[in-house]
Design a protein around this ligand. Structure first.
Ligand code: BLA
Length: 313
């Protein structure tokens, strides 16, 4: 068997851990993010015992490390986390949970990015809807109605982070947290508590979720998840950073087989099938992340979770 540089998913439902909970220099620091990952794994009852296998990639710059872990569990097709840390202060965390396609559960997604100790850090947290929450009320009512107060609490404490890629908005929920600030202990505590509350909210949705048996509904769930994966595998800002750190070939592997695993397996549609507006002459994909540009200076959802952004099409 060929040794893969990133963790491969097991084909059975046993959980597998590739995470190291070993101490790293930042773990003693109050502003560490390792505890976010640890909390998620503890709450999900995914045992890490005896599984010291640990996947780390060292970047070509000699000062950056990438740590990855992945699991499968009942109802969970993939829980994976990538943590990047550089000795000059750059840090990235991307943690996501993708449900099995028999469930129309939202995708749990937590993300932060900082370029260094002196710069502001961007944070993103959401239960990304699998189906349309802009035009369709059924899905929104099913999953978000009861969560709007939770979202409201944190979106007041963690103000909107300013303009962002307009196209991303269709993947966001009314309870999305998108914020930016210079790290402080107080803010860090709020973030951690938001992370815990969102995570528990997702787990409780998962506990209640009933397996879909209708083949056509499962097909819709599969396609919706594939569309999400296709979007992020192609346009997530992570790819360019990964390319710089570990080179194009490895970066492609990490993106397609690890971060957005399923993009090759869950469907045959291409990026342009889903997002034809990105087509340029010759049938290739526009390199730009956004056609529309950046927008949404302020939060485009009102307190009741109604979308109020006027530039969304
Ligand atoms: C920036 N990442 C961002 C931004 C968002 C997200 C909203 C702000 C910039 C913008 O979009 O305009 C996160 N965007 C999301 C998420 C969804 C979305 C979660 O549409 C879900 C649908 N980000 C990663 C990974 C890396 C990463 C794995 O997820 C690195 C390996 C890095 N994110 C990263 C970087 C930036 C960023 C480098 C800043 C650079 C930029 O704005 O282009």
């Amino acid at each position: 068997i060929e040794q893969q540089p990133y963790p491969m998913l097991s084909n059975n439902i046993n959980t597998r851990c590739h995470c190291s909970m070993k101490k790293t220099p930042t773990q003693d620091n109050v502003l560490s993010y390792q505890k976010f990952v640890k909390f998620a794994l503890d709450e999900t009852n995914l045992s890490t015992k005896g599984l010291e296998e640990f996947s780390t990639l060292k970047a070509a710059d000699g000062k950056t490390e990438l740590k990855m872990c992945s699991f499968q569990a009942p109802k969970i097709r993939l829980l994976r986390s990538l943590f990047i840390e550089s000795s000059d202060g750059m840090q990235v965390l991307d943690l996501a949970i993708f449900p099995e396609v028999e469930y129309d559960l939202p995708i749990f997604c937590a993300n932060f990015f900082t370029t260094g100790p002196e710069t502001k850090t961007s944070y993103y947290r959401d239960l990304n809807p699998l189906h349309d929450v802009m035009n369709e009320t059924r899905y929104k009512e099913k999953y978000y109605k009861s969560l709007i107060p939770l979202g409201l609490k944190y979106t007041e404490l963690l103000p909107w982070g300013g303009k962002l890629t307009s196209e991303s908005l269709k993947f966001f929920s009314p309870m999305v947290i998108w914020t930016k600030f210079s790290p402080s202990h107080e803010k860090h505590d709020i973030l951690f508590s938001a992370f815990k509350d969102y995570y528990k909210a997702w787990l409780s949705l998962m506990d209640q979720a009933k397996e879909e048996t209708d083949i056509s509904q499962i097909g819709l769930n599969r396609e919706a998840q594939h569309r999400y994966l296709t979007w992020r595998a192609q346009k997530d800002p992570g790819y360019n950073l990964l390319k710089r750190l570990i080179g194009e070939t490895l970066a492609k592997g990490v993106v397609n087989k690890f971060l957005f695993n399923g993009v090759k397996e869950l469907g045959n549609k291409t990026f342009l099938d889903y997002f034809p507006e990105y087509e340029v002459e010759g049938g290739s994909i526009n390199e730009k992340r956004s056609i529309v540009g950046k927008s949404f200076e302020s939060r485009p959802w009102d307190a009741r979770g109604v979308f109020v952004g006027d530039t969304f099409s």
